[in-house]
Design a protein around this ligand. Structure first.
Ligand SMILES: Cc1cc2nc3c(=O)[nH]c(=O)nc-3n(C[C@H](O)[C@H](O)[C@H](O)COP(=O)(O)OP(=O)(O)OC[C@H]3O[C@@H](n4cnc5c(N)ncnc54)[C@H](O)[C@@H]3O)c2cc1C
Length: 337
């Protein structure tokens, strides 16, 4: 079979667990590979991950090329990048996907540079399409779609003349498929070919700080924008989130002003969320914010400006002062509960 039809995913693991981003990428790879008539494969590195890697099969991965070595138990740039390059050269997939995470952003450019191929960062959509340059038509090309020029345009980027096409994708952007526990993955052991000299750093200890909020998993998010950014309004938004059993989100300027931590930021450069309910409080609704929340099932917008762009997206709009409205909502929900 033509290996160029295959889609390869770089698997990340944290604390010996496959990261969610890898499962999201496999879900996207499954869709792309079906269109190409190829298969989904993965490259994984680490130590004692065999049991954990079985989960990849549930998300449509057919084969995982797994390099097990004690020295790879924790991420280090050069050994990881060199191993991924070797796997790509050996198995020659047409497309390779990485998470736009700290690890993916470190590995992917090194791999692209070593293979002299294109890399599109922070894609928000991936499609298979046709691309024409002068008289040449490239079929089954990866269309790498992402916001550009500060989010003012959506660009489609192609790199048909270099193989593989490589992209990074932000967490939460690709919808994770429902796992099928009956599907299995073939785990193909690979020999670690990394020289001792490639380990330029020695990891002595890993200290992990858990996130205070998990916006990605939240089913209800109450999000504060600059119109709800003073201490009283933030406290009200937090209180409403608590009453509803949800989490507190925010827009980027609220983070940039040091009011809330980056873990709360929704949007193009923050977290992409898909909750059942998103309550946007004092948020104007600029495209960069919408990029992170437009797929919420229900959106309620509270804004004093009836012409605020957020109302074009919201299912329910409340025109009014955010503190008044939040106070009334909290009272109503508390009374109902
Ligand atoms: C490359 C790039 C990436 C970006 N990434 C992100 C991102 O990830 N997430 C993000 O959010 N932004 C992002 N931005 C910024 C984005 O362009 C907007 O500037 C930002 O979303 C605006 O935040 P806001 O709606 O809270 O503030 P504003 O635009 O200032 O809007 C405040 C709103 O509050 C309303 N308001 C004011 N007072 C009250 C009140 N008392 N009661 C009710 N309503 C009131 C106003 O009518 C207004 O609509 C990015 C920008 C760039 C260039």
């Amino acid at each position: 079979m033509d290996s160029k039809k295959n889609v390869m995913v770089f698997i990340e693991s944290r604390s010996s667990k496959v990261a969610e981003i890898s499962l999201e990428l496999l879900s996207a790879a499954d869709r792309l590979a079906k269109e190409l008539g190829g298969s989904v494969e993965a490259v994984a590195l680490g130590h004692n991950l065999e049991e954990e890697l079985k989960v990849l099969g549930h998300y449509g991965c057919q084969r995982v090329y797994y390099t097990d070595d004690k020295r790879l138990a924790h991420f280090t740039s050069i050994p990881y990048a060199k191993t991924v390059v070797r796997m790509i050269k050996q198995y020659q997939p047409g497309i390779v996907l990485f998470g736009a995470t700290t690890m993916g952003r470190d590995v992917a450019p090194r791999v692209a540079s070593a293979l002299k191929c294109g890399l599109t960062a922070d894609c928000t959509d991936l499609q298979i399409g046709e691309h024409k340059i002068k008289d040449v038509t490239y079929e089954n090309t990866l269309m790498q779609i992402r916001p550009a020029f500060g989010g003012n345009i959506i660009a489609t980027i192609v790199s048909p003349e270099s193989v593989p096409s490589m992209a990074t994708v932000r967490e939460g952007v690709m919808k994770m498929m429902l796992p099928d526990a009956n599907k299995t993955v073939e785990i193909i052991p690979e020999t670690c070919m990394i020289e001792e000299d490639d380990f330029l750093t020695e990891i002595l200890e890993v200290v992990r700080e858990e996130k205070q909020v998990n916006l990605k998993a939240a089913q209800i998010i109450v999000s504060a924008g600059m119109g709800a950014s003073d201490a009283e309004a933030i406290a009200l938004a937090k209180d409403l989130a608590k009453v509803l059993g949800g989490e507190l989100g925010c827009s980027r300027p609220v983070v940039d002003s040091g009011i809330l931590d980056k873990d709360h930021q929704v949007g193009q450069t923050g977290i992409t969320v898909r909750p059942n309910l998103y309550i946007a409080c004092g948020i104007s609704g600029q495209i960069q914010h919408r990029a992170g929340m437009s797929e919420a099932k229900r959106i309620i917008a509270i804004n004093k400006d009836p012409l605020a762009p957020i109302f074009a997206l919201a299912h329910y709009g409340i025109v009014g002062d955010v503190k008044d409205v939040l106070g009334k909502m909290i009272k109503a929900y508390k009374t109902k509960a």
